[in-house]
Design a protein around this ligand. Structure first.
Ligand code: GLU
Length: 486
């Protein structure tokens, strides 16, 4: 049966895509991108995006890993339709399909012993050939009802199988290269290869978009699909799109040694916003002209498989941080303040949250991530007397403290405390002392923040307020008095 697309590539049937992670670790960048592409493709075509947890490997699938995947997807706004399907709950159905295939002669009970398979493997090794199991039981039955068996696919032996992959193009494999893979193990449990096919069919999946490490599997899965189509009908070939994997900056497949691969590290440790990571992952392997900043709505409108690149893309943390800086500047201040408050460990009712929110417009321009925002907000919460950063201390040397005494007096005399009034007052002090504005602003910045860099100094004065600002300046002029007493 032909794939469910017309020649123009427009799906004829309602599109159903799925993301099918194996919960043996966390949600990693590659998985998140696969899920995103599936979601965008489905939404673009007004179809459905489903989630299946492939937890058949009970020993390796853990509940924390499942939760990490679900929460990672929710964080990234990769909202799936309906309830997630747990593959492990469907073992009876998988077995039923295998038995139907045996009934119809598309699969068979294989009674080969482990020793016989070992011998076949040794022979293949001796001939330097890959092991391709062709069982003597393909065309005969065993009358012993107690004998242990596995169910194998009766794979086609002649001809070739071609997949018109929407990313890889047309790929052909000679059927002689495919072996009679196991569908049911001797304990009656389904293999992964069978479970995937049956679940995709039963979930009505029309388009399989996944990493190209699964392309070989497609050639082993299609014969199962086609056998079932011959038996039952209505098992159409899915459309396949195997997307290249993400590589690290050195061109090797992305792995832990390139840094964080789990998306929660981007959220919890690197302070990345979900919309920035989505946008970055979208651009990693897919493009629309020169567009870099692409909203979810725009991505849904534009996304197609034709513009998914064929070669692996390289992960670049700097680019991600640049995009993140953009999204930070665009983000709502109260939302960012909540993220900063969480980073700094402030309680929900802490009044300093409001102060952080007010500071956000001044903190945003220089931040590439939430940690930068939290770091920049640090001076607001610092206790007096401020500890002065080592590289900032020299800026309080020499005449600086005398300058601060003059600034203190000028500011103390002000009736208003807004940026214009403050700027005017500080300018006047600079003029009176024959200094440039910067020569006054620098020690003032250090006195107020303890740092060489901060948001604009007049914003800092307004955010700290009159009393706190004057007290911090006085702390430094008093420190000068102490120095002189010595
Ligand atoms: N469970 C497989 C994985 O996590 C994906 C299977 C598929 O997409 O067909 O790699």
């Amino acid at each position: 049966m032909s794939a469910t697309t017309d020649p123009a590539g427009t799906p004829a049937a309602p599109v159903v895509t799925r993301f099918a992670p194996s919960p043996t670790g966390f949600l990693h960048l590659g998985g998140a991108r696969t899920a995103l592409f599936n979601l965008l493709y489905a939404r673009h075509h007004g179809g459905k995006f489903l989630l299946r947890i492939e937890d058949t490997d009970r020993a390796r699938s853990t509940q924390p890993a499942i939760e990490a995947i679900l929460s990672g997807m929710r964080w990234l706004g990769l909202d799936w339709d309906g309830d997630e399907v747990y593959q492990s709950t469907r073992a009876d159905r998988h077995a039923a399909v295998a038995h139907a295939m045996v009934e119809a002669g598309a699969a068979y009970r294989c009674y080969m012993t482990a020793a016989e398979i070992d011998a076949m493997r040794a022979e293949a090794q001796a001939k330097k050939q890959p092991l391709r199991i062709r069982s003597p039981w393909r065309d005969k039955t065993n009358d012993d009802p107690a004998a242990s068996y596995v169910v194998r696919l009766k794979a086609p032996t002649e001809g070739a199988t071609t997949i018109d992959d929407r990313v890889q193009g047309s790929v052909t494999v000679q059927n002689a290269e495919l072996d009679d893979l196991v569908l049911l193990r001797s304990d009656g449990t389904p293999t992964y290869m069978l479970a995937v096919v049956v679940d995709d069919h039963d979930m009505g999946v029309t388009h399989i978009i996944r990493g190209d490490d699964h392309l070989n599997n497609a050639f082993r899965q299609l014969p199962i699909i086609r056998a079932m189509d011959a038996i039952e009908g209505n098992w159409p070939d899915p459309v396949y799109a195997h997307i290249p994997l993400i590589h690290g900056s050195d061109g090797a497949k992305l792995s832990k040694r390139h840094g964080a691969v789990g998306i929660e590290a981007y959220r919890d440790e690197l302070g990345i916003l979900p919309e920035a990571l989505d946008n970055y992952l979208l651009r990693l392997g897919w493009g629309h002209g020169d567009a870099e900043i692409i909203s979810r709505a725009q991505a849904i409108e534009w996304f197609d498989l034709a513009h998914v690149g064929k070669s692996p893309s390289r992960f670049d943390l700097k680019k991600l941080e640049n995009l993140n800086g953009h999204y930070i500047r665009a983000a709502d201040d109260a939302r960012l303040a909540d993220l900063v408050a969480a980073t700094l460990g402030l309680d929900a009712g802490d009044p300093r949250r409001a102060l952080i929110a007010r500071a956000m417009p001044a903190l945003k321009p220089r931040a590439a991530n939430v940690n930068d925002l939290a770091d920049g907000a640090g001076f607001l919460l610092a206790a007096r007397p401020l500890s002065i950063a080592d590289d900032a201390a020299p800026l309080l040397a020499g005449d600086a403290r005398g300058t601060l005494t003059r600034v203190h007096a000028a500011l103390d005399a002000l009736d208003e405390w807004d940026t214009e009034t403050l700027e005017e007052a500080v300018r006047q002090v600079a003029e009176a002392l024959g200094l440039k504005l910067g020569q006054v602003a620098q020690p003032l910045r250090v006195a107020l923040t303890g740092r060489r860099t901060s948001p604009g100094i007049f914003d800092v004065l307004v955010l700290l307020g009159r009393d706190e600002s004057l007290a911090r300046i006085a702390d430094q002029t008093a420190a000068q008095g102490k120095d002189q007493d010595r």
